[in-house]
Design a protein around this ligand. Sequence first.
Ligand code: 5SP
Length: 236
Amino acid sequence: MSSLDIPGLDALKAEVCALHAELLRWGLVAWTSGNVSARVPGHELMVIKPSGVSYDDLTPDKMIVADLDGNLVEGTLSPSSDTAAHAYVYRNMPEVGGVVHTHSPYATAWSAVAQPIPCAITAMGDEFGDDIPVGPFALIGDDSIGQGIVSTLKGHRSPAVLMRQHGVFTIGKNAKAAVKAAVMCEDVARTVHLARQLGPVARLDQADIDKLYDRYQNVYGQQAAQQPIEPQGVEA
Ligand SMILES: O=C(CO)[C@@H](O)[C@H](O)COP(=O)(O)O
């Protein structure tokens, strides 16, 4: 149980912990790669997993609380290698409540060749509303990755970025939405890759992408439970 007097923090740790199992369930991670974090609503804090701990051994009490400069606030284990990157995203994109990182194989293959995934199928228009962009190469450990995520995704509809020669980072209104974006990113990365083996792949018309995105974000499913993040303006 958390020693911080923050209502809902224990539940958020349990949620972030449980979402790591989703990365395994959907085949997005190998061994201990990948991580999920969530902003602590109303506080300059985030919850993220510890570094390099087997997913089978993750428990809510092992989750780390860090501030939005990436400093450890609560937890006995070393924080995720990507803590500073996630923190940078929360600092610079106030609309974001969850961040996910994976090395899911098809999407990471696109990142390895630094090619955006063209918006060629309706599922991409729905979830991403555009091509899935490539972000810059950045070394792991400080907030360089975060800077690359923010500079690529700020003002972009896509909640996913392919960080060059590294892997996928996704954002969402909350951690579950960011996990969903990571699942969908891998799905479309595989489908568009397979399509390219069969022949040339054409991007959908922008007008159709706009209609698909609008319908999926505003009409599809149970709208009370589905709240997309609105792209915010690019920093001057
Ligand atoms: O991308 C990398 C390392 O290449 C890391 O993101 C790991 O994949 C996960 O690190 P931890 O969250 O376990 O520190």
